[in-house]
Design a protein. Structure first.
Length: 72
């Protein structure tokens, strides 16, 4: 799995989903969830890798990462 370090990740608890949600503001639509923060982090890392891989394959420009993965 290709890793793209540096994208800001926002993690919060969602009562509606009854799960932790992780979103990447710099990559619209890139989100994941998990029963624990750790699971949400693992899932968002996979989502970031997938989104960036497909974007590159399609020739899309990716925003330069502004921050690091951080737990809130």
């Amino acid at each position: 799995m290709e890793k793209d370090a540096g994208y800001e990740v926002v993690i919060y608890w969602s009562d509606d989903d009854e799960a932790y949600v992780a979103e990447v503001p710099e990559l619209p639509g890139c989100a994941a969830h998990g029963d624990t923060r750790e699971e949400a982090v693992r899932m968002i890392e996979e989502a970031i890798a997938g989104v960036t891989k497909v974007a590159r394959e399609l020739g899309h420009r990716l925003p330069k990462p502004k921050g690091r993965l951080a737990l809130a």
